[in-house]
Design a protein around this ligand. Structure first.
Ligand SMILES: NC(=O)C1=CN([C@@H]2O[C@H](COP(=O)(O)OP(=O)(O)OC[C@H]3O[C@@H](n4cnc5c(N)ncnc54)[C@H](OP(=O)(O)O)[C@@H]3O)[C@@H](O)[C@H]2O)C=CC1
Ligand SMILES: CC(=O)N[C@@H](CCC(=O)OP(=O)(O)O)C(=O)O
Length: 313
C-alpha cells in the first residue's frame, strides 16, 4: 500500500518544489485537485481528509483554515507556513536540532516545518547554547540574505516582471527594518534564548540560495571559548546526519549560491583567534533545507522511509 499525500498550495513556489522532489516515488500516491478546485474549501477538505499525510504550502491564515478542515483523526499534517512553529502542540520539524527529534517525527501527527532563516540560525546557535559555550542570555544578532524566491510568487513577480505593480530592479535590499520579523519568535524559542536576536534580513537578485551569519565576540563569552570548541560542538551535534555538513576550512569567500539547488545545510566557522572574533555562517537553499527539502525529509521520517529519499544531497 502506498502513502497518500495531498499538497495544499501545490502550485505555489514551495508546493511545486515539493512535487518535483516527490515525482516518480513508487511508495507515494499524490492526491491532486484540478486548477478550478484548488482554492475550493469543499474540494480541499475532501482531499485533506482522504490523505495519510498533507503538506500545507499556504499563507498562514489559509494554513490555519486547512488545519480546521481536517476531521480525519488519522490525517497527519506538515505545515510549511509560520502558523504553528512556536505552538507546543506541534513538533518542530528540524530532525537534526535536538536529540530524539528524529524519532519523535516518526510518529508525529502535527509537524511545523521550520522557516528558512531560522534553519540557518538554529543550526549554528542551538548546539552552542546546549553545550553551554554561549549563554542563553547572549545578545545575538543575525545577518542573512535570501534569494528572491523566499518571498513566494509575489516577490518572484516583483523581481522578474517589469509590469508588476511592485516591480524592482534592485540588486540587493535590506528589509524588516522595523526589526519585528515573524521569524524572531521561532529563532528565540527553538534556540532556547532568553531574548530574541536582532535580525537583519536582506534579499538579493538571485532566484534561490541563502546565507545566514551570526557574529560572536569570543572574549565576551564565559570561560575561554576557541574556534575549535565551536566546530567541535557543531560536529558533535550533526555527526552522521546526511544533510548537514560542518566544514573545518575557512574558504576565502562564500556565495549566496553556495548550497543553491541542494537540500544541504552547510556550516562554517570563520575566526580571528587573536582578535577574539568569530563569524558563524550557514549556507542553504531557501527552497531546499529552508522549505521543500525539509518538508520532504519530514515526510520521509513520518512515512518510515529513508530520510533522504528524493532529496538533493
Ligand atoms: N518561498 C520560500 O522560500 C519559503 C516559503 N515558506 C512558507 O511556505 C508557504 C508557501 O510559501 P510560497 O510557496 O513561497 O508562497 P506562494 O505565494 O508562492 O504560494 C502559495 C500558494 O498558496 C495558494 N493559496 C493561497 N491561499 C489559498 C487558499 N485559501 N486555498 C488554497 N490555496 C491557496 C496560492 O494561490 P495563488 O497561486 O492563486 O496565489 C499559491 O499558489 C508560506 O507560508 C511561506 O511562508 C517557508 C519557507 C521558505
Ligand atoms: C525573502 C523573503 O521575503 N523571505 C520571507 C521568508 C520566507 C520564509 O521563510 O517563509 P516563512 O516565513 O514561512 O518561513 C520573509 O522574510 O518574510
Amino acid at each position: 500500500m502506498t502513502t497518500k499525500i495531498f499538497i495544499d498550495g501545490a502550485v505555489g513556489t514551495t508546493g511545486l518544489e515539493i512535487r518535483d522532489r516527490l515525482s516518480g516515488r513508487a511508495d507515494l500516491t499524490l492526491i491532486t485537485l484540478p486548477e478550478v478546485q484548488r482554492k475550493d474549501a469543499a474540494a480541499r477538505a475532501h482531499a485533506l481528509n482522504e490523505a495519510d499525510i498533507v503538506i500545507l504550502c499556504l499563507p498562514d491564515d489559509a494554513a490555519r483554515e486547512a488545519v480546521s478542515l481536517v476531521e480525519n483523526p488519522d490525517t497527519r499534517i506538515i505545515d510549511a507556513s509560520t502558523a504553528h512553529r512556536t505552538d507546543p502542540a506541534w513538533i518542530y520539524g528540524f530532525p537534526e536540532l535536538e536529540p530524539g527529534r528524529t524519532a519523535a517525527l516518526g510518529s508525529a501527527k502535527r509537524v511545523s516545518n521550520p522557516g528558512c532563516y531560522p534553519t540557518g540560525f538554529l543550526a549554528l546557535v542551538r548546539p552552542l547554547v546546549r553545550a553551554g559555550l554561549v549563554p542563553a542570555s547572549h545578545p545575538f544578532s543575525v545577518n542573512a540574505t535570501s534569494g528572491y524566491s523566499g518571498g513566494g510568487k509575489s516577490m518572484i513577480a516583483a523581481f522578474e516582471d517589469p509590469a508588476d505593480p511592485n516591480a524592482t530592479d534592485t540588486a540587493f535590499r535590506l528589509y524588516a527594518l522595523g526589526l519585528g520579523h515573524k521569524h524572531v519568535p521561532e529563532m528565540t524559542v527553538h534556540a532556547g534564548l532568553d531574548h530574541g536576536p536582532i535580525f537583519f534580513p536582506a534579499v538579493a537578485r538571485t532566484y534561490r540560495g541563502m546565507l545566514v551569519e551570526v557574529p560572536l565576540h569570543l572574549h565576551l563569552l564565559p570561560g575561554t571559548v576557541k574556534a575549535a570548541d565551536l566546530r567541535e560542538a557543531l560536529h558533535e551535534a550533526y555527526r552522521g546526519r546526511p544533510l548537514v555538513r560542518v566544514h573545518d576550512t575557512q574558504p576565502g569567500f562564500l556565495t549566496l549560491e553556495h548550497a543553491a539547488d541542494s537540500d544541504r545545510l552547510e556550516l562554517f566557522v570563520f575566526t580571528d583567534e587573536k582578535a577574539g572574533q568569530a563569524r558563524l555562517v550557514a549556507a542553504l537553499d531557501n527552497l531546499g533545507k529552508g522549505a521543500a527539502g525539509a518538508a520532504v525529509q519530514n515526510l520521509n521520517l513520518m512515512a518510515g522511509v529513508g530520510e533522504t529519499e528524493g532529496l538533493r544531497l
